[in-house]
Each structure stands twice: as structure tokens, then as C-alpha cells.
Ligand binder design. Sequence first.
Ligand SMILES: Nc1ncnc2c1ncn2[C@@H]1O[C@H](COP(=O)(O)OP(=O)(O)OP(=O)(O)O)[C@@H](O)[C@H]1O
Ligand SMILES: [Mg+2]
Length: 229
Amino acid sequence: MTVIVEAVDLRKVYMLGKVPVEALRGVNLKVEEGEFLSVLGPSGSGKSTLLNLIGALDKPTDGKIFFEGVDVSTLNDGQLADLRRRIGFVFQFFNLIPRFTARQNVELPMAIAGLGKEARRKRAEELLKIVGLTDRMGHKPTELSGGEQQRVAIARALANNPRFLLMDEPTGNIDSKNAYEIIQLIKGLNQDLGVTIIMVTHDQRLAAEGKRTVHMLDGLIVDEKVNWA
Ligand SMILES: Nc1ncnc2c1ncn2[C@@H]1O[C@H](COP(=O)(O)OP(=O)(O)OP(=O)(O)O)[C@@H](O)[C@H]1O
Ligand SMILES: [Mg+2]
């Protein structure tokens, strides 16, 4: 099996004024191509911090991350940007552009990738249909419910057909019926298209949908289990 991402003794200390906050205290993790990994843990355990480091959105205080065998700390800004473009992100707090409609938000990564106007409009409409927002495409984020915003964020993450998806509480603001649909969609991406997925959640039942769960507590992975083969 090919290892996509490996974290080695990963540490992250945030400075809150003069007070150091140890968010990660030595995390070791290997994620193989085609995996669907759930990261489970209570609030404050370091889940988002870990995801941000894996996605090269932030730098570790200590330790290393290897992406497809390459030490991420050796990459220059251009190479880091290339790496990030290959990853689909669903952020915990969506990070949608307020001035843009749902469709424009989904089109944005495709525009950055240089896709033509017609092609990206078509693709955005397809993706918004998949997440059940056909009749909300012209709405801006403030004109959408939390769950709808989250679904826009998921559609946006899929825009450039990423082979690797990082999702931070992708169903955190979605009611249970829609959450079930979203999780089926995520599973389908993994099983049918072979997309590698890391999904952060504090919901044990949701975590069990992943092939494997790692359990975080106080900045460490304290447990690991296989849910299904
Ligand atoms: N920018 C920051 N500055 C200082 N401390 C931070 C910062 N970001 C996170 N922390 C602290 O680091 C720890 C881990 O935060 P993180 O956001 O990774 O937790 P989490 O597991 O994602 O929690 P949640 O489930 O609430 O999203 C927390 O104690 C948090 O207070
Ligand atoms: Mg978080």
C-alpha cells in the first residue's frame, strides 16, 4: 500500500500571549492511499490542528509531515501552493466567501485552476445538485442555513476532483437526515472513486463510518481501531 501522508512525532505549540498551549504533543500517523480515516476526539483535543498541519495550512512546532514521501518542510511557497491545490478542504467553519453566491463559491477553486467559465459553471451546478442545493445556487452564505453552507463547502471541496479530502466536522451543522446523506456521499467518493479521506468528528457514530478511527485526547492519539475492512 502507498502511504499518502505520514506524521512523525508532530508537535504544535500555540502562544497565547506568553502562555504556551500544547495543541499536539507528539502525534504519529500514517494514512494510506484509499483510506477513509476518522479522527475522533473531544473539543480541544487537537483535531483541527492536526488536519491543518496535514493540509500544509500551518507549520508544526516540531516533528515532520511527509506527503507522498516528501518532507513538507522542504517545499517552497510555490510547491506548498501546488500541494494545497491537490487537496480538497472542508473547514470546520466553512470559510465561504460572503460576497459570492453558492455557485460562485463552488466555482472559485476551478477558476484558480484555470477552468473556463462555461465548464466551471456546469461543474458547479452538478456538484450543488449532488449536495441537494439546486434551488439555492444563487444564494449568498448569509442567505443559507448552517447546513446548507456546509453543503456548499463540501461541493467546493470536490470542485477540482481531489484525490485527497480533509474534512473538519463535515456534518457538524447538518440535521441527522441530511448528515446521513452527506456521509453516504463521502463514503461513495471513497469506495467508488478511491478518494483518500480524513474526516474529523466528535461524533462516535459518525466516526464509525470510516474504515479506521484514531482517537485523540489532549494532543495525542490514544487509541486506534479498524471499523470495517
Ligand atoms: N490559534 C490558537 N492559539 C492558541 N491556542 C489555540 C489556537 N488554536 C487552537 N488552540 C488551542 O489548541 C487546542 C487544540 O485546538 P483544536 O482547534 O485543534 O481542537 P479541536 O480538537 O479541533 O476542537 P473542536 O472539536 O472544538 O473543534 C485547544 O486547547 C485550543 O484552545
Ligand atoms: Mg476543531
